[in-house]
Write a protein that binds this ligand. Structure first.
Ligand code: XIL
Length: 339
């Protein structure tokens, strides 16, 4: 990746020393990061729930330790995320927050304080932020609302404000809108909603530089990986063409390949995962606007999909580049070949 001016990397976590976790403090996992990654992202430790225990208190200890470790090992770090705009991922204090007699002004204060505090603390150490994460409803394509957007009197003004504040607080940084509108069938309304959002940003002159394509992909339906991919390639390219035609850059921010519906047999499963990933990567890498590819974890043992999309046969997911014993799988070779 480095030779062609790109970066490959992964999500990772914080843990106490030597814990069995996808953390820099687990030597087996740290070795995978050091072997393959040039850029990292905190899986949870920059989210409001982690960083901001109450409206007026911040706790940076875990994220600081992660950033120190990344820098000590010559890796960049992305910021994820300044605003995950979903009620279920807001800290409890924010869902129940009393915005008082002038809710708009108080909502601006709460949001601005967050963005300025985080961006101000890290300065140029973070070169790219997922400023807003997942604000488009996947079923309808409409913008979600939360306690914060209601206090703003609408989601749009809140999103605009988030990007404007981030631009002022981190003028050097790439500002990203990040979402999971993947290419599998059933995501049409979601993609249309994301396009409308990106068009609106351009019309209103909101400073957004790139679309983060999370890329939690999943081979589904009949046929070979090639046949599965062929069914979705055309609308997917049309979507990416529209995004790039508006002048946005692209990033793959959270790559993994869900295997919940795939056969039990490891060899078969690993082959389908790798082939499907290869076709997907070929399409994305065809866009010169794409420079960064980040996996959402390097090792099956710690993948979030063990909880989010568990296997019913009890065999555990095989969705990341390395298996539970830290051995490279066909997916790892495929990524290396494509990048
Ligand atoms: C996930 C983490 O992996 C989990 O550990 C956590 O419980 C929930 O969040 N899209 C995103 C990421 O933008 O922040 C999510 O990460 C995965 C989906």
């Amino acid at each position: 990746a480095g030779r062609r001016g790109m970066r490959f990397g992964s999500a990772f976590a914080w843990s106490p020393p030597d814990a069995d976790a996808g953390s820099f403090a687990n030597p087996a996992y740290a070795a995978l990061l050091q072997r393959d990654c040039g850029i990292l992202v905190a899986e949870n430790q920059m989210k409001w729930q982690a960083l901001r225990p109450s409206a007026d208190r911040f706790d940076f200890a875990q994220f600081d330790a992660m950033l120190d470790w990344a820098e000590a090992h010559h890796m960049a770090m992305r910021g994820h995320t300044l605003l995950w705009h979903k009620t279920q991922y807001f800290p409890r204090w924010l869902n129940g927050y009393d915005f008082g007699a002038t809710p708009r002004r108080e909502a601006e204060r709460v949001l601005d304080t967050h963005i300025r505090t985080v961006c101000g603390r890290y300065g140029t150490r973070i070169g790219s932020y997922d400023v807003v994460n997942e604000t488009v409803d996947e079923k309808t394509g409409a913008l979600r609302d939360t306690s914060l957007s209601r206090a703003f009197g609408g989601t749009e003004p809140m999103l605009d404000r988030a990007f404007q504040t981030a631009r002022a607080a981190a003028p050097h940084a790439q500002l990203v809108y990040n979402d999971y509108m993947s290419w599998e069938p059933g995501n049409e309304a979601h993609r249309a909603g994301v396009l409308r959002l990106l068009e609106g940003f351009r019309k209103r002159g909101v400073p957004v530089d790139a679309l983060g394509v999370q890329s939690h992909i999943e081979p589904l339906g009949e046929g070979t990986p090639g046949q599965m991919a062929a069914r979705q390639e055309k609308p997917w390219r049309a979507f990416l063409d529209s995004v790039t035609a508006m002048g946005y850059d692209l990033l793959i921010t959270e790559f993994d390949v869900a295997d919940q519906q795939l056969p039990t047999d490891f060899a078969t499963r690993d082959r389908i995962v790798a082939e499907y990933a290869g076709i997907y990567l070929d399409i994305l890498l065809g866009y010169p606007q794409l420079r960064d590819v980040l996996a959402w974890g390097m090792c099956d043992k710690y993948s979030w999909l063990n909880g989010f999309k568990p296997r019913r046969d009890g065999t555990g997911t095989r969705v990341t580049p390395y298996d539970t014993r830290f051995r490279p799988k066909p997916l790892r070779d495929m990524i290396a070949r494509k990048l």
